[in-house]
Design a protein around this ligand. Structure first.
Ligand code: CA
Length: 224
């Protein structure tokens, strides 16, 4: 897990970096808003700890510009416990905040919570071409058009989409979606795939679910 600290006070910054490294994280430090924004955009961080009062670019500007391009969790540090600051930070897309001075243990706890939440959020959506699957809401759209699926159809699509470009055998699909462990009933799978295609593929120009003769099915964007 890699964390970026954007903090201009050297004592605080170094203290945070040291503490996070001791806690097992990879931690980088940026001492002004411009460097912070640059690092956050150029590298893959799992979380950004962002001070608000920063030279060159303030934390709000960093946050706003970061949010135009990235969804990385952001925890901001504010020196004043003012409702306006908290509201502003959260409205700009921050995920949490801490008021200075804070205990390092508290920062660590907040970071761990955000990282857990971040991981869930990542896997909440699957997107392949114009197909979007919201796992938690069990909502499927293509090009913004809502597609209504039965629970089994949803499970089948979810399975295929969570292993894109991987050929899944009928027996594997049967065991995962229907809990069946024998090959004789796998024509259930063919029927279900046909129904799923009628909803997810046929009304649209780009086919995503492909049959691999003698092997099974694969969901992938083959273009065209
Ligand atoms: Ca500062």
């Amino acid at each position: 897990m890699r964390i970026l600290i954007v903090e201009d006070e050297p004592k605080t910054g170094n203290y945070l970096v040291k503490g996070l490294r001791e806690a097992g994280f990879v931690a980088d430090l940026a001492a002004n808003g411009e460097d912070g924004l640059h690092l956050a955009l150029e590298h893959q961080y799992d979380l950004v700890v962002l001070d608000v009062m920063l030279p060159l670019l303030d934390g709000w500007t960093v946050l706003r510009r970061l949010r135009e391009r990235k969804n990385v969790p952001v925890l901001f540090l504010t020196a004043r416990d003012e409702v306006n600051d908290r509201v502003k930070g959260l409205e700009l897309g921050a995920d949490d905040y801490l008021v200075k001075p804070f205990a390092f243990a508290e920062l660590l706890a907040r970071i761990r919570t955000l990282l857990r939440r971040g991981a869930v959020r990542e896997s909440e959506m699957i997107q392949i071409a114009d197909l979007e699957i919201n796992i938690l809401k069990r909502r499927v759209t293509r090009g913004g058009t809502r597609i209504d699926l039965t629970p089994k159809e949803f499970s089948l699509l979810h399975l295929l989409a969570s292993r894109p470009a991987e050929v899944l055998s009928r027996s594997l699909i049967a065991s995962q979606v229907w809990d069946m462990n024998f090959d004789s009933d796998t024509n259930v799978v063919d029927v279900a795939v046909r129904r799923l295609r009628a909803k997810v593929d046929e009304p649209f120009s780009l086919r995503l679910i492909h049959t691999v003769r003698g092997m099974g099915y694969v969901l992938e964007d083959r273009g065209g």
